[in-house]
Ligand binder design. Structure first.
Ligand code: AMP
Length: 286
């Protein structure tokens, strides 16, 4: 695995790869590599391409300075995981270089600032937009891999591809969960006081209660179901039709989007914000 840091170096590598007529698979991460990330990296192996992983904790997408400061940094372990996976290139951008002349003031469609995480985290998606677009420009990938765990983010990537890079193909990989069904996340490593198994059970119970309530009553006001719970401070539980959700985020090409209903959850456990989402159709079959 070749580790690249400077912009000039990565640009030279891309020129070299392209001159050999190779395709590129890009897997962007913020590091603290876990099995969720590895599933994306392994999936990319099915595409005849050079795999480039990026590790960059993007300060523009954090609305909370503490969250940014406490974001786990495990670079040495990350490098050895990625080496074992035989990733071709690891790009660790130099912060000032990647952030110079970046523009995160783009007016994104309504949903990105008024729904789900976009509503709760001011400018979050503007920050993701700016960095991902810059990565796509620099790395010129054919394939990009993102996790369904960050569902609203996958809508943003669709938006970027639809409007700026129509040749790029996004592969959305299913959410990897622990044995208690908790979605893996770098933030899980910060949960200490109550055990991970308890946390998982609480989130599962919350999800199940809200889905059962919705399927029984047809109502989507879940606040009364979670406000009484003082173990986790829940920010939102919402159910949306996937197609409609995409439309609210300005996506035009919706013909290949299934019209499933999907539940979205954001909850704080010990002040650590965890998110999850799941298709109801998938849930019905559990
Ligand atoms: P992050 O490092 O959290 O920015 O995540 C990098 C990529 O890995 C994003 O596309 C995430 O959606 C994806 N990812 C994170 N956690 C999981 C998971 N549990 N299952 C599948 N993909 C994940």
């Amino acid at each position: 695995m070749i580790i690249v840091k400077s912009l000039s170096e990565i640009r030279n590598k891309i020129i070299e790869i392209k001159s050999n007529h190779k395709k590129i698979s890009l897997i962007p991460t913020m590091g603290n590599i876990h099995d969720g990330h590895l599933s994306l990296i392994r999936d990319a192996q099915n595409y005849d391409s050079i795999r480039i992983v990026t590790i960059f904790v993007n300060p523009l997408q954090f609305d909370n300075l503490n969250d940014l400061k406490n974001y786990p940094n495990t670079l040495e372990d990350d490098i050895s995981f990625l080496q074992k996976e035989k990733v071709d290139y690891l790009y660790i951008p130099i912060r000032d270089e990647i952030l110079s002349d970046i523009d995160n003031s783009k007016q994104l469609p309504w949903g990105f600032n008024n729904m789900l995480c976009g509503k709760m985290r001011t400018n979050h998606f503007n920050g993701v937009f700016a960095i991902v677009k810059k990565f796509f420009e620099i790395i010129e990938p054919t394939y990009v891999f993102f996790g369904e765990k960050d569902y609203q983010q996958t809508i943003l990537i669709k938006y970027i591809i639809e409007n700026y890079f129509d040749k790029i193909k996004m592969i959305v990989c299913p959410t990897i969960r622990n044995s208690y069904q908790l979605a893996l996340s770098s933030r899980n490593s910060r949960i200490s006081k109550i055990s991970l198994s308890e946390t998982s059970a609480i989130i599962q119970a919350l999800k199940k209660t809200c889905i059962d309530y919705y399927l029984t009553t047809g109502l989507k006001d879940f606040k009364k179901l979670y406000l009484l719970n003082d173990v986790c401070r829940t920010q939102y539980v919402e159910i949306h039709d996937e197609r409609l959700l995409h439309q609210k985020h300005g996506i035009k090409k919706i013909s290949d989007i299934t019209n499933n209903r999907r539940i979205f959850i954001a909850t704080y456990i010990e002040n650590i914000r965890l998110i999850d989402n799941q298709s109801l159709e998938e849930y019905d079959n559990l």
